[in-house]
Write a protein that binds this ligand. Structure first.
Ligand SMILES: *[C@@H]1O[C@H](CO)[C@@H](O)[C@H](O)[C@H]1NC(C)=O
Ligand SMILES: *[C@@H]1O[C@H](CO)[C@@H](O)[C@H](O)[C@H]1NC(C)=O
Length: 195
């Protein structure tokens, strides 16, 4: 992968340090939170899915103009999170505790989702097209309870169009999806959806 130029790297790391090491008002430490920690937070009441989605949306608003890691946010993510919270509170999800219940994930933009998100492989050519169904992985993530937070910016057409790694016409150049020194839950989610 192409390395961003040094000043950019420094700026990204400063931003990451400023925005990634935060706790929510509930005291939950979002920084590098694992799915297990998130689930524990849901269970012991220190975290809600809504708070987590708001946190990530805020991170995207702040960092994405620089990082271009996210190509689109899901307008229904907060509603999905609120539903997950309600199910948890009302106990209606009891008996089938789903491994990703209320956990936000980003999907790469070439993974089809049958919802209000576009699926374009980063290309302007597919903008506004409607997929027939969720891709298998998207359907399984939903079945496991995940909240689809949005789409991550890919290398356009998965590099079938020879482009810089992480560049797409729609999303621009992703500067950093993750490096060993940039540790941020938002970016980790973005990265884990790409591998
Ligand atoms: C609640 O869960 C959070 C997140 O995993 C954890 O940091 C905290 O220690 C837990 N609190 C209690 C009282 O178990
Ligand atoms: C999907 O693309 C259309 C343009 O065709 C745009 O108006 C819409 O906002 C996009 N959806 C999202 C969730 O960004």
């Amino acid at each position: 992968m192409a390395q961003p130029r040094l000043p950019q790297t420094a700026a990204i790391m400063a931003l990451a340090a400023a925005f990634c090491c935060c706790s929510g008002s509930t005291g939950f430490d979002f920084h590098e939170a694992t799915v297990d920690a998130i689930q524990l937070g849901f269970k012991n009441g220190s975290l809600t899915s809504t708070a987590l989605v708001r946190f990530y949306q805020d991170q995207i608003t702040r960092l994405n103009p620089l990082l271009h890691a996210v190509i689109e946010v899901n307008p229904d993510a907060l509603a999905q999170a609120a539903r997950a919270d309600d199910e948890r509170l009302s106990g209606s999800s009891r008996g089938r505790v789903r491994p990703l219940h209320g956990v936000p994930v980003l999907l790469k933009d070439n993974i089809a989702t049958h919802d209000r998100l576009n699926t374009t492989a980063g290309s302007l050519a597919l903008l506004g097209s409607v997929v027939r169904r969720d891709a298998g992985v998207a359907a399984r993530l939903r079945a496991a309870g995940a909240v689809i937070l949005g789409k991550a910016n890919p290398s356009e057409w998965s590099n079938f169009r020879p482009v810089n790694s992480g560049w797409s016409a729609r999303g621009g150049q992703t500067l950093v999806s993750i490096t060993a020194t940039t540790q941020c839950s938002l970016l980790l989610l973005s990265y884990s959806s790409m591998v």
